[in-house]
Structures are given as structure tokens and as C-alpha cells.
Design a protein around this ligand. Structure first.
Ligand code: FPP
Length: 257
């Protein structure tokens, strides 16, 4: 990976700051080529590299990738093992380059069910890249949004009064004193399916959703740029009237759109 991370001042103003991707279609990509499914995941790693490399220049500050859901344990043991081995290789191979490029890697989700070696390498990679400010690269691994929300709610119960902001901080992990999880601006799902699959349900409250037929291993830097361009012309209203918002907002009666 040879990142050319750009200065904040050069970033497009209307770029999605937080992009989340459901990287779907690896299995179909492999099957279409007469290859075993893990070959699709292997090719998917290259698409991850391309995406991480292209993101900063497009104005993306936070990139969250869905690598393995809490429900993916239902897959055949051989496929799960291949995925875990791939993830371990990725973390090992990319840590130094990510650190050099100023990307901070964090992994969301449960750690206790991961192979011990992988969990340790993740912890080391997070530490090695913790100073990165050019790109927040978040990888969701053994992740379930509903579990994350329940977990944050349980931690919230031990605290005082709760606000949305405080809850977002709790959702980011720890005791809630850290940075909140930024809302997702643009969610992309490759592979043609149109569902969220328990990914970032809180953070996607007002995300623009883009479902593309391209299978993940074929996803290119141009596809990412096209998604960002699509986002740039969306009118985001957040329940108001957008650019033409009423001059005098009505009082408490509101209806989201
Ligand atoms: C979904 O495609 C994809 C996954 C469950 C795994 C995604 C993992 C990678 C792209 C590789 C490693 C990731 C990182 C961050 C290095 P699928 O297998 O469900 O495809 P299908 O719908 O065609 O069967």
C-alpha cells in the first residue's frame, strides 16, 4: 500500500466523512470462477487495500469495514478458519504501512471468540497505529450492532442521565469518556443485496444508503470515487427541508422525512 494521504484543507467539502462498507459478494466471485469460497475472501483483501488507499484523497476521514459478523460463525469451519487466517495476515502485513501513512486501525466487536493469535496481533496493531490522524480505519470483526447497542446500554445503566452524545461515546467502547462514534454519512453495500445485516444500526440513522451490484473483489478506487460523487449530490435533510429549510422552524411538532 503506498498511501498519498492528503491534508485536511485539500479534502472535498461535500465528501462523506464516515463511509461504512458491507463487503459482500466474495463467495459468488469465487464460485463464478470455479474457485473455493475462501479465494473470494483472498481477492477481497486486495479490494480492501485499494479502498483504504483511495479513501483519504476522497475526503473520507473514517472508514468502517464489515469483515466478519457475529452471525458469520454459522459458516463452514473451513471458511471461517480461512477468513481468520486472512485477517491475521492482513493485520501483520499492513500495520507498519498503516502507521507510516497515518491511518489508525481499530477493531470493533467481540475479541473473546477470536483465535488467540489474531486477538494479540490486533491489540499490537491498534497500539502501533494509535497515533494516526489521517484515516480512522475501523474493522468490524465478530460484530453485531444489536449486541453493541445492548452492551453500551448496560454500561449506560451504571451511569447518570443519558444523552444521544453520551450513548454514542459508550457505543465507541470503554467507559464513555472517549470519542463518540461518528455518524455514518454513506453506507455502501456491494454484491447487490439491499439490507443492513446488523451493521452500525445506531450510527446509520441518517446515512445515505448505496447498494451496488459489483461483487466486493471487483470493487475499485473508481467505484469508491463514484460512490462519493453520488453522495455529493444527495440532498440530506435530516428531517428538515434541506437547503431551503423554513426560515422560522416550527416549535416542537416535527416529522422526520
Ligand atoms: C461477504 O461475502 C464477505 C465476508 C463475510 C468477509 C469479508 C472479508 C474480506 C473482504 C476479507 C478481509 C477483510 C479485511 C478487512 C482485511 P460473502 O462471502 O457473503 O459473499 P457471497 O454473498 O457472494 O456468498
Amino acid at each position: 500500500m503506498s498511501q498519498r494521504f492528503v491534508a485536511q484543507s485539500e479534502m472535498p467539502a461535500d465528501a462523506p466523512r464516515h463511509v461504512a462498507i458491507v463487503m459482500d459478494g466474495n463467495g459468488r466471485w469465487a464460485t463464478a470462477r470455479g474457485l473455493p469460497r475462501p479465494a473470494g475472501h483472498h481477492a477481497g483483501v486486495e479490494a480492501v487495500r485499494r479502498t483504504v488507499e483511495a479513501a483519504p484523497a476522497l475526503g473520507i476521514k473514517t472508514l468502517t469495514l464489515f469483515a466478519f459478523s457475529a452471525d458469520n460463525w454459522r459458516r463452514p469451519a473451513t471458511e471461517v478458519a480461512a477468513l481468520m487466517a486472512l485477517l491475521r495476515r492482513f493485520v501483520r502485513a499492513e500495520t507498519a504501512r498503516l502507521a507510516e501513512a497515518g491511518a489508525r486501525l481499530t477493531v470493533m466487536g467481540r475479541r473473546d471468540r477470536l483465535p488467540a493469535g489474531l486477538a494479540a496481533e490486533i491489540a499490537a496493531a491498534e497500539l502501533a497505529t494509535s497515533g494516526g490522524t489521517a484515516l480512522d480505519l475501523r474493522v468490524a470483526l465478530d460484530y453485531s450492532a444489536r449486541d453493541a447497542i445492548v452492551d453500551a446500554a448496560m454500561r449506560a445503566a451504571a451511569q447518570g442521565p443519558l444523552t444521544r452524545e453520551k450513548f454514542a461515546q459508550l457505543l465507541a467502547g470503554g467507559d464513555g469518556s472517549g470519542e463518540p462514534v461518528p455518524d455514518v454519512d454513506l453506507l455502501i453495500r456491494t454484491g447487490g443485496e439491499q439490507r443492513l445485516s446488523d451493521f452500525l444500526l445506531w450510527e446509520c440513522a441518517y446515512a445515505e444508503l448505496l447498494f451496488v451490484p459489483r461483487l466486493w473483489p471487483d470493487f475499485s478506487a473508481e467505484d469508491l470515487a463514484a460512490a462519493v460523487a453520488w453522495f455529493a449530490v444527495r440532498e440530506r435533510r435530516f428531517g428538515g427541508l434541506g437547503a431551503a429549510d423554513a426560515q422560522e422552524p416550527a416549535a416542537a411538532v416535527s416529522s422526520a422525512a
